[in-house]
Design a protein around this ligand. Structure first.
Ligand SMILES: Nc1ncnc2c1ncn2[C@@H]1O[C@H](COP(=O)(O)OP(=O)(O)OP(=O)(O)O)[C@@H](O)[C@H]1O
Ligand code: SF4
Ligand SMILES: [Mg+2]
Length: 485
C-alpha cells in the first residue's frame, strides 16, 4: 500500500446551466520520498486535483472517488473531515506566495500559526521551530520579523515552503511554486524541494507547466489532459519514449536547449469540459488518430513497469496492429546511424509515431530492422485490422507511403561533454521526410505519356508534373550551398 493513493477521483463544478467536469477519474499513487510531477496544458485539471486532495475546493464543487492517506479515507467526511489531516499530513505551497501570505503579519507569525492551530508546537517551541524551518529553507536569521513585502519573490516562496512544512507533513503539494520567478531563483526553489523530500522523506506532488523543471525535479510524471491522467511513467522512460501522442506533442512543443529542433505547437485547443466528449478527448488534435478514436474513449492501461497510457494504440488489444503500423514505414539503419535515446530518433514511423517521439506507441516495443535489413510488407490481414490513416492510404491504392522519416548521425563530443555525460549531438540528415506515391497517379502518368500531343502542350506551357502554370521561381537568396544540418 502506498502513502497516498487516489482512485477514480472526480470533481465537478456546478454551473448555472449544467456542470463542468474538471477532474475525471484521476488515479495515482505516491510513496514516501517520491516526487510526482503533474503536467499538462492550462485547464487540464491540475490545480483542481491538488485542491481536492487538500479539501479546499469551493462549495460549488462536488468531489467523488477514493483518496487514501496511509489507508485512511480522506474524502469520507467531506471538507469538515479534512481538518485533522490538512497541514498535519498533507500541506500545500500555493502559486504566487505574495497572494498566499498575509501582508499584515510577519513571516514568523504566519509560520507559527499552523503549529498553534494544530497543536503540534506552541509558544516558545513554535517560535524556535519557525527559526529552524527558515534556516532549513535557506533564509537568513532574523527574517521571521520581516513582512512579506520586505522579501524578494524567491524569499517569499521559501517562506511559503517553510510554512507548509510547519506541522511536519508527509505529503507536500506544490502548485506552480516557481511561476513568476527568474530561472536562477526557480532552480534554487526546485533544488530545495528535492533536498527536502530526500532529507525529510516527504512525498511531493509538483504541479508545473515547465516540463524541463518537472523532469529535473521529479521521479515520475503524470500528464493530464481534459481532466484525466493520459500517461504516467518514471521520468527516465517518459522523457525518452513517451507512449501517448499528447505527451509526445507536448514535448515537441517545448523548446530544447540541447539542439535547434523547431518547436511544434499543438494545433487546436483543449475540449470544453462542460460538454460531453465522445471518444478520446485528444482526438481532434492528435497526429495519430484513427477511426476508433472518435468513437471509443481509451482506458488507462499498463504498458510497462510503472507505466500507464490512455491511448488505443497503447492498449494491449491494439498492440499488434500498432506494431504493424510502426514497421510499415521504418527504414533500415546503417551501423553508423544512432538509435540512442539521448538524441533525436534515428528512424521511426510516421503517423502513428509523430516527429519528436520515441519508439512506437505499442505495449511491446516494435523491433527495429537490423543494419541493411529489408522489411517485408505488412500482411493483408494486418492492414485489414488496422484502421489508422496510413492503412487507409494503403488500402486506397498507394504504392508507397513514407511518413515522418528521420535519420540522424552522431557527432563527436568534446571530452568535457563526455565527462559531464551531456547527450551526444546529432546531425539531422533527414528530418521528417514524407513521400506518397499513388497507384492511380502512376497509372495516370503512364496514360499521359502515351498522349504525345498533351505532353507537348504541357511542356510548352512550362508545367511540372501535377502542376499547372510555369515552374515556381526560387525565392531570393536560395542560390549557393545549403545551411549546416
Ligand atoms: N471554481 C470553478 N468553477 C468552475 N470551473 C472551474 C473552477 N475552477 C476551475 N474550473 C475549471 O476547471 C478546469 C480545470 O481547471 P484547473 O484550474 O484545475 O486547471 P489547471 O490545469 O490547474 O490550469 P492552469 O495550468 O492554468 O493552472 C478548467 O476548465 C477551469 O475553467
Ligand atoms: S491515437 Fe487515438 S486514442 Fe490515442 S491519443 Fe490519439 S486520438 Fe487518442
Ligand atoms: Mg493551475
Amino acid at each position: 500500500m502506498s502513502l497516498l493513493e487516489a482512485h477514480g477521483l472526480e470533481v465537478a463544478f456546478d454551473l448555472p446551466d449544467g456542470e463542468l467536469r474538471a477532474v475525471q477519474g484521476v488515479a495515482f499513487s505516491l510513496d514516501a520520498g517520491e516526487r510526482l510531477g503533474l503536467v499538462g496544458e492550462s485547464g487540464s485539471g491540475k490545480t483542481t486535483t491538488v485542491l481536492a486532495l487538500m479539501g479546499l475546493l469551493p462549495p460549488t464543487a462536488s468531489v467523488a472517488g477514493d483518496v487514501r492517506l496511509d489507508g485512511r479515507d480522506l474524502l469520507r467526511d467531506g471538507e469538515r473531515g479534512c481538518d485533522p489531516w490538512r497541514w498535519r499530513d498533507i500541506a500545500t505551497v500555493f502559486q504566487g506566495a505574495m497572494n498566499a501570505l498575509n501582508p499584515v503579519r510577519t513571516i514568523g507569525w504566519q509560520i507559527a500559526e499552523p503549529m498553534e492551530v494544530h497543536r503540534t508546537a506552541t509558544g516558545a517551541a513554535a517560535r524556535s521551530r519557525t527559526r529552524e524551518l527558515l534556516a532549513l529553507t535557506g533564509l537568513p536569521p532574523g527574517i521571521e520579523r520581516a513582512y512579506p513585502h520586505e522579501l524578494s519573490g524567491g524569499m517569499r516562496q521559501r517562506a511559503a515552503i517553510a510554512m507548509a512544512l510547519a506541522c511536519q507533513p508527509k505529503v507536500l503539494l506544490a502548485d506552480e511554486p516557481t511561476t513568476a520567478l527568474d530561472v536562477v531563483v526557480q532552480d534554487g526553489i526546485l533544488r530545495l524541494l528535492t533536498q527536502l523530500t530526500d532529507e525529510l522523506d516527504l512525498a511531493l506532488v509538483l504541479v508545473t507547466h515547465d516540463l524541463a523543471a518537472a523532469a529535473a525535479t521529479c521521479t515520475r510524471l503524470a500528464v493530464m489532459y481534459a481532466g484525466r491522467v493520459v500517461e504516467e511513467a518514471p521520468v527516465g522512460d517518459i522523457m525518452g519514449s513517451a507512449q501517448h501522442p499528447y505527451t509526445r506533442q507536448l514535448f515537441a512543443a517545448t523548446p530544447s536547449l540541447l539542439d535547434n529542433t523547431p518547436v511544434r505547437p499543438i494545433p487546436g485547443i483543449p475540449p470544453r469540459l462542460d460538454r460531453p466528449i465522445d471518444g478520446c478527448p485528444f482526438a481532434p488534435r492528435c497526429e495519430a488518430r484513427f477511426d476508433r478514436c472518435s468513437r471509443e474513449p481509451p482506458a488507462l492501461v499498463t504498458v510497462g513497469e510503472g507505466w500507464r497510457s490512455a491511448c488505443h494504440l497503447s492498449a494491449a488489444g491494439h498492440s499488434q496492429d500498432a506494431a504493424d503500423t510502426s514497421r510499415r514505414t521504418d527504414v533500415a539503419l546503417t551501423p553508423s546511424m544512432s538509435t540512442s535515446a539521448d538524441g533525436p530518433p534515428a528512424a521511426h514511423s510516421g503517423k502513428s509515431v509523430p516527429a519528436a517521439s520515441g519508439p512506437a506507441p505499442t505495449a511491446a516495443p516494435a523491433r527495429r530492422p537490423g543494419p541493411g535489413e529489408l522489411r517485408a510488407a505488412p500482411s493483408a490481414a494486418a492492414l485489414a485490422r488496422d484502421s489508422s490513416p496510413v492503412a487507409d492510404d494503403r488500402a486506397a491504392g498507394s504504392a508507397l507511403v513514407l511518413d515522418g522519416i528521420f535519420v540522424a548521425f552522431p557527432r563527436r563530443r568534446p571530452v568535457a561533454d563526455v565527462l559531464r555525460r551531456r547527450p551526444r549531438p546529432f546531425v539531422r540528415a533527414v528530418d521528417g521526410v514524407g513521400i506518397r506515391q499513388d497507384l492511380d497517379r502512376q497509372r495516370d502518368r503512364r496514360e499521359r505519356r502515351i498522349d504525345p500531343r498533351r505532353h507537348h502542350d504541357r511542356r510548352a506551357r512550362g508545367c511540372r508534373d501535377g502542376q499547372e502554370g510555369p515552374p515556381p521561381e526560387l525565392p531570393a537568396g536560395t542560390a549557393g550551398v545549403p545551411g549546416p544540418l
